[in-house]
Structures are given as C-alpha cells and as structure tokens.
Design a protein around this ligand. Sequence first.
Ligand SMILES: *Cc1c(COP(=O)(O)O)cnc(C)c1O
Length: 362
Amino acid sequence: MPEWAAAWRAARPVAAGVHLDSAACSRQSFAVIEAAAAHARHEAEVGGYVAAQAAAPVLEAGRAAAGALTGFGAADVVFTTGSSHGLDLLLGDWPGERTVACIPGEYGPNLFALARHGFGVTPLPVDGSGRLDPDEAARALAQDRPGLVHLTPLGSHRGTVQPVAALAAACREYEVPVVVDAAQAFAHLDCTDFGADAVYTSSRKWTAGPRGVGMLAVRPGLLSEQTLAGLANAEVNVAAQVGFSLALGEYVAAGPQRVASRLADVGAMTRTVLANLAGWLVVEPVDEPSAITTLLPPDGVDPEHVRARLITERGIVTTHAGVARAPREMTRPALRVSPHVDVTDDELGLLAEALATVTTSV
Ligand SMILES: *Cc1c(COP(=O)(O)O)cnc(C)c1O
C-alpha cells in the first residue's frame, strides 16, 4: 500500500472487522469526527446561531473545494442533506421542458424523482455492458432534443465508468443541459472536466464525511431565488457541514489524481482476488477504473443473505445491491464490494475465503 494510503488508514479509528463498503458509507477520520463534535460543543458554549457564524469561513472553504472539484465556483455550491435532496431541488425548479434522456443503468430512486416531477424519460444508447455510446448518443440528441440529459458517471449497482466528458460535449453542441449525479463519482473519479450544468453528491460516500449532508453545484439561474432563500433559512446540521468541509480538505490534501489512480488499482486488486471464486461472476472488467466491484451469485444464492452472514460471522461489511438500484438494467441482485484506498491484500483474501465458505454452506 502507498505510504499516503497507510496514512489515510492511520487517520481513522480501527475498523471492527473488514470495511468494504465505501460506496455506501466510508469511514470518517478522527479529525472529521472531532471537528463535528467540536462544533456541537461550541454550540452549547456560545449558542447555535453564534457558533454557525463562527463556522462560516470553514463552510465557505468547503463550498470552494466542492466547487473546484466539479468545475464550479464557491458561490455556485449549496449544501444539501444528500444527493437525492440535490436532485429534488433541481427538478422542482426546472425551467425547461420536462423530458430527460438517461442511460438504462440510471439509479432507481432518481427515476422515481424524475417521474414525481413529471419528467418523461427516454433511454440513451449503451453497449452490452451498460456503457454509454457517445457517438450514438450524439446522433440520438440531434434527432430528438430532450429538455435535459441526466447522467450518473458511476452507478450504485455497477463499477462501470461512463464517458461523461464526451456526452457533455455532445450536449453542448445541441444545447441540451446536463445534470450529473456524482454520488459515486465524486472524490473517486476526476469530476473537474464534466462541463455539466449541475453536479450533486453526498458527503458520506467516497469523500468520507459525515452522513446526512451533501452538496449541489449549479450554474446560476437553474435554482430559483425562492429555493435559494428557502435553503438559506432551512434548519441544517451545521456540525455535519463542518465535518464535510473538513473531509473535502482531507481529500484535496490526499490528492484527487492520486486517489483516483489508487482506487482504480484497488478495483483491479479486488476483481483479481475474486475472479476465480467458484460460482460467482465478477461483472466489471479487471481494469475498469473504479473501486466498485459487483458479483453475481451462483444460482440459488441470495446476496442479501450472504451480506448478512459476512457481517455476523466474519465482520466483513459489503452491500447487497438489489435490482431496484437500476431497475432498467439489472436483472438479478448483486453483492457489491467497495474498498477505499487503504485496503490490504490480506483483507481482500479474507473476503474471498469467507465468500467461498458462506457459498458452500448455505
Ligand atoms: C447513494 C446514491 C444516491 C443517493 O444519495 P443520498 O445521499 O442517499 O440521497 C444517488 N445516486 C447514486 C448513484 C448513489 O449511489
């Protein structure tokens, strides 16, 4: 493991077991946990509203970092309670036509949100692995311009990295706004060159910040004055925003390029270790540049049951990814493995061994 990745591990509490679930919720550092706790303490000392004023420069730095990492300015960024909140705000205010093009692997809850806001969905063309075909997509956009393109560069259900920049370029050519769900892509892949009109994400995933907070970066004019005023007056967990801001700083300090390249290596290590597991099928190509690996179980094996047994019998945390995560693409549930930069070969070996045992003794 690179020295800086070992430092990433040393900066957080010792895991009780093996944590392979960063795509759901990464492990926070001591500094992030302590910053949030210190803010709560300060609220008790000086009052919640006075403490919020004192924290303003930290939050401003957090917004600046989140903006810089997605190609926006600090003033374009608002804190949210998570990715779904960001999408909901955007769709609620959408000024254009309510039609959207997205890939078949679009995140299920996003499809619900789009339907709730009255958007009609058309599919973007993909290859057999669910990867967007940018040339075919450009042709489709030229023929039938939707009110918006929504793209999730890295899904919750599969480690496939989508070609965002190529799609965004086609969208610019045909003047179709692009909204990017970076819940899995942010602090994982390089998100600076998306050229999107809006990007949203969550704190708890690859950024390793607290739960219940996120951010939305948006081109001026896409959110109404009323929505912005509502956000400014809404009750929020300032301590969580402080923790998120600190986690953003830690990610910038670790080096976005270095993290992206290490997470690609982690994905390859994971898929290599799991490649020969009897009955299980690794979905992604070994060198797919993400740290999300999904496995299809042997017939008769339920990944939800496997996930539970891995936790209770081995202390290994993974995700059960049911078909609701991508209802237009998934046909079977999967087991998702998502280690962070500090995973070891030993830990991946423990997973492989535990999966073999659990599968043969169901
Ligand atoms: C987790 C996730 C979301 C939802 O994020 P919340 O913070 O829970 O609202 C949206 N899209 C993708 C791809 C996700 O992985």
